[in-house]
Design a protein around this ligand. Sequence first.
Ligand SMILES: Nc1ncnc2c1ncn2[C@@H]1O[C@H](COP(=O)(O)OP(=O)(O)OP(=O)(O)O)[C@@H](O)[C@H]1O
Length: 589
Amino acid sequence: MPAGSGRWGGFWEQRTQQLQSRVRAKEDKIAELETENAVLLLKLAEYKGKIEKSRSEATRISTLYNKQQRLQRNTRSALSQLGLVIQKLNQDIQAFHSSSWALLRDYQDEYQDRVSEIVTAVQRTQQSAETLLACQSKVAHLERALQDVSARHQLERQRRKVLHNSLVELKGNIRVHCRIRPLLPFDSESDDPVLQSSSISREVAHAVDDETVLVKCDRPGHPLINKTYHFERVYGPAESQSAVFGDVCPLLTSLLDGYNICVMAYGQTGSGKSYTMLGPHSDDGPVLPLDPQSDLGIIPRVAEELFRLISENPSRNPKVEVSIVEVYNNDIFDLLAKDSIAAVSGVKREVMTAKDGRTEVALLASEAVGSASKLMELVRGGLQLRAKHPTLVHADSSRSHLIITVTLTTAACSNSTADQACSATLPREQTEAGRAGRAGRSRRASQGASAPQPVPGNPAGCVEQVQARLQLVDLAGSECIGMSGATGSALRETACINRSLAALADVLGALSEHRDHVPYRNSRLTHLLQDCLGGDAKLLVILCISPSQRHLAQTLQGLGFGIRARQVQRGPARKRPPSSQTEGKRRPD
Ligand SMILES: Nc1ncnc2c1ncn2[C@@H]1O[C@H](COP(=O)(O)OP(=O)(O)OP(=O)(O)O)[C@@H](O)[C@H]1O
């Protein structure tokens, strides 16, 4: 290698080495920087992560902040509202406070007023205490006076009643008692349960007191009725069977004294005749013995009382016989007659007039009875044969008139008080008997038989026999054919019942007007009852009526019948004359 080139070469070589070392330094530097860069990148990444975390934290904080802001806003508005409320409350409290004060002041004023009023009242009370005491003693005095007057009034009433009864007895008036039965389900005019329950408006007949019936009807579409009827006794719907019997009972004493007695129940169908005479319906009929509270009617009670009275005075040797007939379709049937095989059956009979003018039923079966239960056994047998037929008005309607005759035969006795009363009224009796034209009775009167006397020369006093009859009559009920719904044979029954009851009313009409002719024979019923209607029997008619609006027409008709019956004056009832033989001879009518 040339020298010149050698120098250059060294230079270059040197230069290259320098450059190379510089490159190496640079490369080292680069490597160092890259390392540094990598570290920085790592740090960058780390910071980025931190930044990201900080950002989400910032977001969360920002959300919380917003929430807090909202809460603050709400709290502020709630606080302001609360402030308003508190303000209002404060105002209210103020108002309440002031009104409480005002009230308290008023109350205090009022309290003062009341206290002063009370003080005044107490003072006044104290002042009037003496007056009050004086008043109280006056009231006590007046009450005593009132009690006194009431007692005297009661006594006067009783006296008046006794006098009235004596007058009725002397005049021979038919005694009429009226019984108003309770309202019953079949009284309803309608199926409407509302109408059925309004019972008050449907009652038109009322017992005002124990002598007066008021019929009052002011229903639209009906004629106005406001009328009172007076009878010897009126029983309201609540009165018991024993109350009714209480008024019948004295007649039994009369029977034992020798008077003929007749108790007859009259009234429209379903008005309570059979209930009154016998008691409530039962297949077995009335049963003895009875207790005073039982529902049994007059007939079983009469049976018991009669035998009780008989047992009190057995020395008169009493004998009791019973016969039972029914008048059905204007024919008389003997309900005790026995056919050839001795079974009991109804046998047709005829009414006759006996020698002494008394009406009798020819060939009538009668049975001697020795006790009330035997008597009632016969009654039960008769009732089983009695004609019955359901109608639209009454499901258990009797279609015949039932007449139970109890004949009491006793030894005549001269010393009873009734005898004296009877002889005292004799002259008047005789004149009235003559005027009424009652042949049988006046004949007996002219024979002097009405006041039984002991046969002269017999010192014992009890010499002959007296036969007295008690007739217990349960009439069939009058009825309006339209209402009863009767057809065919039932229609004939109804017509016969109505005709016989009309005949009964005609007889009473003729008797009350003292007509010469009394049409007893217009019907078998009146012919059969002739002796008790126009004769010398004590006759009690128990008029049965329904209180219901539905039966108003029939009720008025029944009340009219009762009033007409009361007007009959037949002269005083008289005892049966004593006789030494039985009155058996009859002549055909
Ligand atoms: N005072 C009363 N208390 C309670 N129920 C009564 C009374 N009177 C009648 N009754 C009842 O009324 C209904 C009709 O009475 P009852 O059979 O005595 O009539 P009646 O007048 O005999 O009728 P009819 O002439 O058709 O035979 C019966 O169910 C009876 O029990």
